[in-house]
Design a protein around this ligand. Structure first.
Ligand code: BES
Ligand code: MN
Ligand code: ZN
Length: 497
């Protein structure tokens, strides 16, 4: 993506298209727009009068061959009501624009932030463009029939020279962050036969090398040595061996305790012997999105040079039925030593997270955040709109919700009460892995809570927010990659709890 940054006069630039951000208006009063109207011989005034364009979010109007501009055309892009503008207004508007032929048939584009000054708007705009133009993976034989995006040359412009540095910093950051989210989407969409636990480990090592952080892999023998009985119980049914991925990025002061991220990396969840129904089972290739988010977050933090010490842990396995598979009623001994009665082999995510959360103690963390597509019950709580969060530290939960405001990746807290803890007790072992249907999302967190150490902990259940069912402004139908921007924001704005 070739790009450059300018301030001042944009009339002399010969680009194919200028994208001109405009907030909602009723009459042409803005002086730059008035000047533009003169250059188009009143064409702008005309489309305003006919109410073809008023700057509503995502609305566009194309002005061809304007006088006094070297550009072939100007695309006015509405960002919506000025009073309610946020970074997400820009993300949405650019997401919608990113798929319009008026833009994708151009080779070069200039984004003109007329009258806008906030870094969050600049960042949101480029994130929206990259996320909105994300194309699903293509495994069709022969030449791709998908229409190609021709855009290769990007210029970003502000009116005032004093904004230039801010513009460049914000756009560069937005590109890095959007690329992190695109990585999560790509991994989540990759079929499980092309993305096994071994492939996951290889991907982590590739990114660690590229962005210069540490990465170690525990193979099945090392996992046995670590006594991760809960992870091994899930992995038993599969012909693909599990992996445990340990990544470390040290951007903070030496000796400062790390923030540990843990992600559920089930590369395919069939349910195991407690087999899932066939309908939509294929979507369970995305059951590693929590791990994808964690891998995306540590790579992005490393690229941005975030000044924190960060550890990312990924237990990764398939959950399969077979003659070797764990059976309902089996008892497992977790790494921590707590025994678990497996009453539903489809409640596998919490098993692999249990051992990973216990492993986090090795790093003497200042806080631990886990991310997982853990329970289908989230659909009946916040739906596709936001992710429930749970934990043991209000400040940490507040910090995550602040990050939601900064990134438009919504989260909302749920309690964990003694009644839920009771649900997870077994009559013959320390714990059961399923507390039945009531409060399924909370019950899962009440199970995880048994494996945490003496540190602040938050659990983010991204089941369903990992999926976009219909397609929206900057998220095509499929995997969203939600959680990545959120975690990066938490890490960037980290304060001691
Ligand atoms: N990976 C699923 C959760 C899930 C379901 C994510 C649908 C996204 C969409 C998880 O492993 C699972 O199967 N959870 C069970 C737990 C139950 C057996 C206690 C569930 O939610 O039904
Ligand atoms: Mn499951
Ligand atoms: Zn699962």
């Amino acid at each position: 993506m070739k790009r450059n940054y300018i301030s001042g006069n944009i009339n002399e630039l010969s680009v194919d298209s200028i994208v001109w951000f405009v907030s909602e208006f009723k009459n042409l009063t803005d002086k730059n727009l008035k000047a533009l109207d003169t250059c188009t011989n009143g064409a702008l005034q005309h489309i305003v009068e006919t109410e073809e364009f008023s700057g509503k979010n995502g609305e566009t109007a194309v002005l061809l061959k304007p006088d006094c501009f070297k550009s072939q055309k100007i695309i006015l892009l509405g960002v919506g009501d000025k009073k309610n503008l946020t970074h997400d207004s820009f993300r949405k508007a650019c997401g919608i624009l990113s798929r319009k032929k008026s833009l994708t048939q151009s080779k070069s584009v200039l984004f003109y932030f007329d009258n806008f000054e906030e870094a969050a708007y600049f960042q949101g705009a480029i994130e929206g463009y990259i996320l909105g133009s994300f194309k699903l993976l293509d495994y069709k034989s022969g030449e791709s029939k998908k229409s190609k995006n021709k855009l290769s040359r990007f210029t970003f412009a502000v009116d005032n020279k004093r904004l230039l540095r801010r513009l460049e910093t914000a756009v560069e950051k937005g590109i890095t962050i959007a690329e992190g989210q695109v990585l999560v989407r790509t991994l989540g969409l990759t079929p499980s036969n092309y993305f096994t636990p071994k492939d996951f480990a290889a991907k982590a090592q590739e990114l660690a090398k590229k962005y210069k952080f540490k990465c170690r892999i525990l193979d099945e023998n090392a996992i046995v040595k670590e006594k991760m009985g809960a992870l091994l119980a899930v992995a038993k049914g599969s012909d693909e061996p599990p992996r445990f991925i340990i990544m470390e990025y040290n951007g903070g002061r030496k000796g400062t305790a790390p923030i540990v991220l843990v992600g559920k990396g089930v590369t395919f969840d069939s349910g195991g012997i407690s087999l899932k129904p066939g309908l939509n089972m294929h979507e369970m290739k995305g059951d590693m999105c929590g791990a994808g988010v964690v891998l995306g977050a540590i790579s992005t933090a490393a690229r941005l040079g975030v000044k924190q010490n960060i550890v990312a842990l990924i237990p990764t396995t398939e959950n399969m039925p077979s003659g070797h598979a764990t059976k309902p009623g089996d008892i497992h001994v977790s790494r921590k030593g707590l025994t678990i009665e497996n009453i539903n082999t489809d409640a596998e995510g919490r098993l692999i997270l249990a051992d990973a959360l216990d492993y986090a103690n090795k790093f003497n963390p200042q806080a631990v955040i886990d991310v997982a597509t853990l329970t289908g019950a989230t659909l009946y709580i916040l739906g596709y709109a936001g992710a429930p969060i749970m934990g043991n530290n209000q400040k940490l939960l507040d910090r995550i919700m602040d990050a939601s405001d900064n990134t438009a990746e919504k989260t909302w807290p749920l309690p964990i009460w003694d009644e839920h803890r009771e649900q997870m007790k077994s009559s013959i072992a320390d714990l059961v892995n399923s507390g039945g249907r009531p409060a399924g999302t909370i019950a899962a967190a009440a199970f995880l809570e048994n494996f945490i150490g003496d540190w602040p902990w938050a659990h983010i259940d991204i089941a369903y927010v990992d999926v976009e069912p219909a397609g929206s402004a900057y998220t095509p139908k499929g995997i969203t990659g939600i959680g990545m921007r959120l975690l990066v924001d938490v890490l960037e704005n980290w304060k001691k709890l």
